[in-house]
Design a protein around this ligand. Structure first.
Ligand SMILES: NC(=O)c1ccc[n+]([C@@H]2O[C@H](COP(=O)([O-])OP(=O)(O)OC[C@H]3O[C@@H](n4cnc5c(N)ncnc54)[C@H](OP(=O)(O)O)[C@@H]3O)[C@@H](O)[C@H]2O)c1
Length: 326
């Protein structure tokens, strides 16, 4: 089968298409014929051994993924496709089912076929969703859920989402809105209408207004794009408020410290989504309460171009790779 592989850490052009052996499903696994996947920030950071995230994270990245070269040659952490074969003990899925899900740090979706355990974060494609849309659900939704969970989003709570137009941001706006929080979305001019359409109660164009200087305060500030800092926005938090970080070693250290700054806390995602979360998101999609946002779609063969685009850090929502198959 065809797959996109890489054998050394580096820029997008370390990725190349290669013929590799088709995987065989184990007893509790399903073999998926991949129809769509994505290129996301996790793929990019892993391919580059987290070089841009500072020495500590870069070192951890190499310990996890391979010190000198990547142990797993195929990236891709989101998948949508058709079940081609199932292992002997699989009960939840059958040949021909349309499925989608997230493989997380296991990766492997940038290929024509991949194996996934039936208990992994995988579910049937929601009614009415294309494979491309289904592939673009999990990254944003899972990251946003993990970030939001510690503050128990609820009615009456005010949440500002910075970077509201990215993968995590577009998911965060819809989820916070679903939980009935009052959502203020911050993005650039071109994405204002989009974030309104996702349910934001108020929008701020950061090219026109600095929210940290307008005198408004919030219960929660969710930095969905890693471009803020606690120091910069803590004056815009209400007493007892929380700053939610998506990444950053500094944020991790701030989140771990036992004391808070004037009752204000930095919170870091602490739990991994499970099958329960994918079933929850599937329900939201089928109820018309959630939709994945797709910016561009490329064929698998153009993975390097797709990756370069994701690395501009300017994508709106998600970037999809379509897999036509042999
Ligand atoms: N995706 C993952 O798997 C993953 C996992 C863990 C952590 N993270 C981290 O989470 C963060 C967000 O990831 P993502 O995939 O959601 O991002 P993303 O989709 O790449 O975000 C792109 C969006 O960010 C906005 N943006 C760019 N520069 C900005 C700035 N200076 N201020 C405000 N907004 C800006 C752009 O919209 P506008 O033109 O509207 O500003 C663009 O739509 C990143 O820091 C990433 O490292 C991602």
């Amino acid at each position: 089968m065809k797959a996109v592989v890489y054998d050394r850490y580096g820029p997008p052009d370390v990725l190349r298409l290669e013929g590799v052996e088709r995987p065989v499903p184990g007893d509790d696994e399903v073999l998926i014929k991949v129809r769509a996947t994505t290129v996301n920030r996790l793929d990019c950071a892993t391919r580059d051994a987290n070089r841009r995230s500072g020495l500590a994270i870069a070192l951890i990245s190499r310990i996890v993924f391979g010190i000198r070269r990547p142990r797993r040659r195929i990236l891709g952490s989101e998948v949508a496709g058709v079940v081609e074969a199932v292992g002997g003990s699989v009960r939840q899925f059958a040949v021909g089912d349309h499925v989608f899900g997230a493989t997380g740090l296991g990766f492997g979706a940038h290929a024509e076929f991949m194996c996934v355990r039936e208990n992994a974060r995988m579910a049937h494609v929601p009614t009415g969703l294309s494979f491309e849309q289904a592939a673009a659900v999990c990254d944003g939704a899972f990251n946003a859920l993990s970030c939001l969970r510690p503050v128990h989003p609820r009615k009456g709570q005010t949440i500002l989402i910075y970077g509201a137009s990215g993968s995590i941001g577009t998911a965060g706006v819809q989820l916070a809105r679903y939980f009935e929080a009052h959502v203020t979305a911050v993005c650039s001019t071109k994405n204002l209408e989009l974030v309104k359409s996702l349910g934001a109660d108020a929008v701020i164009d950061y090219t026109q207004e600095d929210f940290t200087k307008n005198g408004q305060t919030y219960d929660v500030i969710f930095d969905a794009v890693g471009k803020l800092s606690f120091r910069r926005c803590k004056g815009s938090l209400k007493p007892g408020g929380s700053y939610l970080a998506t990444d950053g070693f500094r944020n991790l250290l701030l989140a771990l410290r036992p004391w808070s700054a004037g009752g204000k806390k930095v919170r870091f995602p602490s739990s991994m989504p499970t099958k329960r979360e994918i079933l929850f998101i599937k329900e939201l999609i089928e109820a018309g309460r959630y939709r994945p946002v797709i910016d561009r779609s490329y064929p698998l063969e153009q993975v390097v171009d797709a990756t370069r685009y994701v690395e501009t850090e300017q994508k709106t929502g998600n970037v999809v790779l379509t897999v036509s198959g042999s």
